[in-house]
Design a protein around this ligand. Structure first.
Ligand SMILES: [Zn+2]
Length: 63
């Protein structure tokens, strides 16, 4: 088989394939400690906790 398509894809065929490449919104999860939005599988930037324990030193300044 030659590495060339025998027929040119129709526009509807191209578009129906492109329908699977939809833009996905960024996943945001809630921190169980301070309930602030954070990225999943990452240390919370607000309280510095991950996996139910303190990973980073707690930020002292409070607003
Ligand atoms: Zn937090």
């Amino acid at each position: 088989m030659p590495p060339l398509p025998k027929k040119q894809l129709s526009k509807s065929k191209q578009r129906s394939r492109a329908a699977h490449y939809r833009f996905k919104p960024i996943a945001v999860s809630e921190c169980p400690q301070c309930h602030s939005p954070r990225l999943p599988h990452q240390v919370c930037p607000e309280c510095g906790s991950y996996g139910g324990r303190q990973v980073l030193p707690k930020p002292e300044e409070k607003t």
